[in-house]
Ligand binder design. Sequence first.
Ligand code: PAF
Length: 287
Amino acid sequence: MLVISDSAEMQRQALAWRAEGRRIAVVPTMGALHEGHRSLIRIARARAERVIVTLFVNPTQFGPGEDFDRYPRCFERDRAMCEADGVDAVFAPSVAAMYAPDHSTWVEETTLSRGLCGASRPGHFRGVATVVVKLFMLTQPHLAVFGEKDAQQLRVVRRVVRDLNLPVEIVAAPTVREADGLAMSSRNAYLTPNERRQAVALRRALDEAERRFAAGEREAAALREAIAAMIRRLAPAATPDYIEIVDDETLEPIDTVDRPALVAIAVRFPSARLIDNTVLRPAGGAR
Ligand code: PAF
């Protein structure tokens, strides 16, 4: 497995694979790999002849006061995991290798990025969109795999790819969960044992929304309240950041679930902010 930290070298290698006619998949990550990432790698491995995993804690997607400095970094463990999973190249650049000191060009998606995490984390999706396009330029992928746990990120990336005509297929991978339902995330490591016990509330709250939806509830306000009540009950240490039901395509809030709807939640525990989501699909809905 190649381990590359230089941007120009990464691009040269990717272009050489392209010249040989190899199909390239990239799995962009910020490292601290877990089973969720490994499932993305497996999907990439099944669909391409060359798999590149990027390990880069991207400073431009963190706001002031967010967890950039303490974000878990465990390169040796990540490298070994990638090697065990049959990855062809790990691209692990420094911040200096990715951003010139006078870097002044941004990729900004201006509609889907506005609500949900975009509202609580101003500038976050501009940082994500910018680094994802840069990583695409450096790794020259035919396809890229992103997790459904970051539902808004996935939709923003798809929109950027469409709007900028990037020749990259975006493949969505289902969320991988712990035995009790908690969505895997590198940030779960921040949780205290008590918070970890309470964190099951996110998935339980989504289960409750799914159950009520299956029983015929279509009012977004009622579904949101059911979610909020479950979080209050199971996670007294958490403060909801948002509980939203939005059109799955436009990400605009909806009052009635009469078309595919993304139910997206974010809660803040004292030690970590966690997100999760599900999609409700009415039978015979508009889409
Ligand atoms: O999902 C992530 O880990 C990051 O947002 C990504 C896509 C690697 C960009 O830094």
